[in-house]
Design a protein around this ligand. Structure first.
Ligand code: HEM
Length: 509
């Protein structure tokens, strides 16, 4: 009994001494007073980016917050975001991994959770030059166009079904399916749907793995931030490794199927799994890295697109003026005797602005992903010691009244008046981050989100459920790293094109 007590007291003393040393040596950003051991864990509200935006009003645009003894620094304005993501980017491009992320990425053998270093530079090159090259994205376009017509068909069936006719539908369910199919076809070359239109066995396993991953990450408790309390949750480690093994098993089976097909046909397809196999030697990629990259795309690409479209549609139901204007543009550019295609997007400037405005107000990853300092640096007038986790509150920056006129108003016209880049070149609008770690899937995501919105608006008029006024649609956010609407959007979809335009156009690739 005495030994653990001595060890705990010694750890607390060491932590306090370390904190004192940091305070004396460094000029740290101000922030709420941390408690010993737990830091500010109990001060932070569940919807973190809102809490941080409130704290910025008290402590200023850069402040400190402790999770256990881990110092986090949050920046909430565009000048400081530029310092983090451009000027000091090189020293702030490591990642903070929790236990699950460490296990799942095999200590950063993938891309998302890799620290900045030779491995990162190599896999990032694979992504930029190979996986997300304009040529590959274009060659995979038929998959996206197939899936978006499947989305339209499923909503049409739902909306004309005699039981549902005139009733509101839950848009997220439909969007979730299209995102899942898009991402599994892109990465694994598989739709996971059998001839009866149901998820096949592999699809069930895939979905099981994804939802188990979500369940496990929700289990990461406050104790995660207090390393010497982790022993109380030792069961988690076993669950994490079982989860990783399950994921690896399914991925290896799929990789094996691709290898057999390549051997049989002598040809390789465009999907990421085939691409990574053919690049294995050239880039010296281990199997762990290939599996890690494939799952990075799934985790980073699936929820984010669903979330973006759901938020945009909520704003469009809330703002019938904007919805009508986007539909008029679609009618003019696409007409009513063909469906929209991605090649129309360049002519649909208002639709592009709608997508941008939705990402300004509702970035799916409001605090981006955590960056970590690999050296002592300065941000503004403050010291950021090596090992500090740095978060950029892109949600707060997108609503900053100092840079946006009427920031809370959903007004896509603002981007027709001034063209603002959203892929990391303008630090006022950062839904995809910026700098070395900017989202490599940004262009793909923009294509998918704009195309889904275009189809949804071209094919249907959207209104609130009976008895609900547009202004009553609830725009609260869920807690969590990615931000879904707290109350999923329900809306009535009324077809607005001839009936023969609602059929899926399947593509086999
Ligand atoms: C609207 C949809 C999306 C949004 C808003 C989004 C946003 C982001 C953000 C904010 C980051 C972190 C940047 C940073 O840490 O500085 C990120 C990273 C990443 N995203 Fe996306 N993303 C989206 C869709 C996608 C898609 C479709 C894919 C791939 C299929 C993807 C793949 C990745 C990867 C691999 C990373 C890690 C990059 C790194 O650590 O170097 N994302 N994304």
């Amino acid at each position: 009994m005495a030994l653990p007590l001595v060890l705990i007291s010694a750890s607390i003393c060491l932590l306090l001494l370390h904190k004192l040393y940091q305070r004396l040596r460094f000029k740290l950003p101000p922030g709420p007073r941390p408690l010993p051991v737990v830091g500010n864990i109990y001060d932070v509200k569940p919807v973190r980016f809102r809490c941080y935006a409130d704290w910025a009003k008290v402590y200023g645009p850069i402040f400190s917050v402790y999770f256990g003894s881990q110092l986090n620094v949050v920046v909430c304005n565009s000048e400081l975001a530029k310092e983090v993501l451009k000027d000091k980017d090189q020293h702030l491009a490591d990642r903070q991994r929790d236990r699950m992320q460490s296990q799942f990425s095999r200590n950063g053998q993938d891309l998302i959770w890799a620290d900045y270093g030779p491995h990162y530079v190599k896999v990032r090159k694979v992504c930029n030059l190979e996986l997300f090259s304009a040529k590959r994205l274009e060659s995979l376009r038929p998959i996206r166009e197939d899936e978006v017509t499947a989305l339209v068909e499923s909503i049409f069936k739902d909306s004309i079904n005699s039981e549902n006719s005139g009733e509101a539908l839950l848009l997220r369910e439909h969007l979730g399916s299209v995102s899942l199919n898009n991402i599994t076809r892109l990465t694994f070359g598989k739709r996971f749907i059998n001839s009866k239109g149901e998820l096949d066995e592999q699809g069930q396993e895939f979905k099981g793995i994804v939802s188990n991953g979500g369940r496990l990450s929700a289990k990461i408790t406050a104790a995660e931030h207090v390393p010497w309390l982790r022993w109380m949750f030792f069961g988690h480690n076993k669950a994490f490794s079982q989860h990783t093994a399950r994921r690896d098993r399914l991925t290896r089976v799929i990789m094996q199927e691709h290898t057999l097909r390549r051997t049989a046909t002598g040809g390789s397809k465009q999907h990421f799994v085939d691409a990574l196999f053919s690049l294995k030697e050239q880039y010296d990629l281990s199997e762990d890295t290939i599996i890690g990259l494939l799952w990075d795309m799934i985790t980073a690409g699936m929820d984010t697109t669903t979330i973006s479209v759901e938020w945009a549609m909520a704003e469009l139901v809330k703002n019938p003026r904007v919805q009508k204007k986007a539909q008029e543009e679609l009618d003019q550019v696409v007409g009513s005797d063909r469906v929209m295609s991605e090649s129309d997007i360049s002519k649909l400037t208002y639709l592009q602005s709608v997508a941008k405005e939705a990402l300004r107000l509702h970035p799916p990853t409001p605090l981006m992903l955590p960056h970590k300092a690999n050296a002592n640096v300065k941000i503004g007038v403050y010291d950021i010691p090596k090992g500090t986790v740095v978060n950029v509150n892109v949600w707060a920056i997108g609503r900053d009244p100092a840079i946006w006129k009427d920031p809370l108003e959903f007004r896509p016209e603002r981007f027709l008046e001034e063209d603002v880049d959203m892929k990391g070149h303008d630090f006022r609008l950062l839904p995809f981050g910026a700098g070395r770690r900017v989202c490599p899937g940004a262009q793909l995501a923009i294509n998918m989100v704009t195309s889904m919105l275009g189809h949804l608006l071209h094919h249907f008029s959207w209104s609130p459920p009976q008895g609900v006024k547009p202004q009553d649609i609830d725009l609260s956010e869920n807690s969590g790293r990615v931000t879904y609407m707290l109350v999923p959007l329900k809306a009535v979809a009324t077809p607005r094109l001839p009936t023969h335009m609602y059929k899926r156009v399947p593509v086999d690739m």
